[in-house]
Design a protein around this ligand. Sequence first.
Ligand code: ATP
Ligand code: MN
Length: 465
Amino acid sequence: MEKITVAAARKPESIGKVVKLQGWVRTRRDSKGGFSFIELNDGSCQGNVQIIAAAELPNYESVVKHLHTGASVTIEGEVKASPAAKQPTEVHAQRVELIGDADPETYPLQKKGHSFEFLREIAHLRPRTNTFGAVTRLRHQVSMSIHQFFHERGFYYIHTPIITSSDCEGAGALFRVTTLDPEAIPKVNGQVDYTQDFFGKPAYLTVSGQLQGEAYACALGKIYTFGPTFRAENSNTPRHLAEFWMVEPEMAFYELSDNMELAEAFLKRIIADALQYCGEDLKFFAERLENNQGLFDKLENVLNKPFQRLPYTEAVDILLRSGRSWEFPVAWGNDLQSEHERYLAEQHFRCPVILYDYPRTLKPFYMKVNDDGRTVRAMDVLVPGVGEIIGGSQREDRLDILEQRMQEQGLNPEGYQWYCDLRRYGTVPHSGFGLGLERTILFLSGLSNIRDVIPFPRTPGHAAF
Ligand code: ATP
Ligand code: MN
């Protein structure tokens, strides 16, 4: 007997086959006609398959009539065309086996809807809900699209380190990695004696694989990294995690405009694939989440229109002229906040916006200084509903200016000699960017809290599971 998934059992091609299915009971309903309906799900798709279990089954009274929501079962039976309009098929059970029961008194996922807040507290069981099944399948698809997009374009996937000793650009607050005993820190002249630590010096969890990625781009041409990234920033927002996944392509012989083109093609590919392969899950998000009916219009619109490109300075002018009052004041030289980014993408342009040429004081040392001396070749991609989804730049390829910028930002050039070597020997114009995977899932799904698009979120005060 062929073992198939619920997704396969729901397809008309399976009609007439006798198959084996394994999964979890979503609901059971007993009909007066002397049989039961079991809604079975195994995570393979959004929909359930309806099992019809007749009273003639030998364990009908002893087992079938006591199947609870959450119980795991094996079903053998024939796939038939369903008379009901809401599903193409149903399975007429010839055998129902209970594998593991779920006590209805304590199983937390009963039929009624649960709040996202509550589900975060049971993050080990929430993948069994419709919403988190959909998020998980979408996240998988996006991850595959990322690899395929770059692979097809000749990029190499590079595994950059997770533990680093360079404090990388000061991109965010760092988590320390140490084997020193906090109760007995060794000290010399009142200072921590790092020679006794595991690496013999301070070490951290990476905030970005970019610097190491550049070394490989400046040898293999086009590379990308895709891995976990850590920032100890104490920002309790719906868009920040302490541990998130970032994709960072880096390309030799790429100017900022090439970088923008790639970022746009990349995002569009991710959207197109999500629409093609996750339609059922996106439909679920559009129908079930509040204020999300416009999801497909939003995605199609982003897919089909060119992104707006605009220098930071012009964006500041637009914001100043908007007549709005902002929580964070707008002025040339101030960083743009989420409210500003979202105004530009959602109200003003109503499409993704690529802002570029930011004030040099706002951006890290490695971004290429423009001829005006005041701005750097940075670019941020802002999308409706989320704000910044990508941050990138053309990198400074001139050794003297790079060193000057490090000084300006109070960095110790000693730790960056290897990075400077990339300019010392065979320097090339090169560019790259970072895309946050979770922000991408927020954008694609219309979910509003980043804690709900990663399996086990880590945020200030929370590292459960
Ligand atoms: P923000 O200004 O939103 O805090 P950032 O400018 O610090 O972000 P970058 O250093 O440019 O972020 O990182 C590149 C991308 O990584 C961002 O555009 C975003 O998609 C994602 N990202 C950055 N920080 C976080 C975080 N704490 N949680 C989730 N995603 C993040
Ligand atoms: Mn950024």
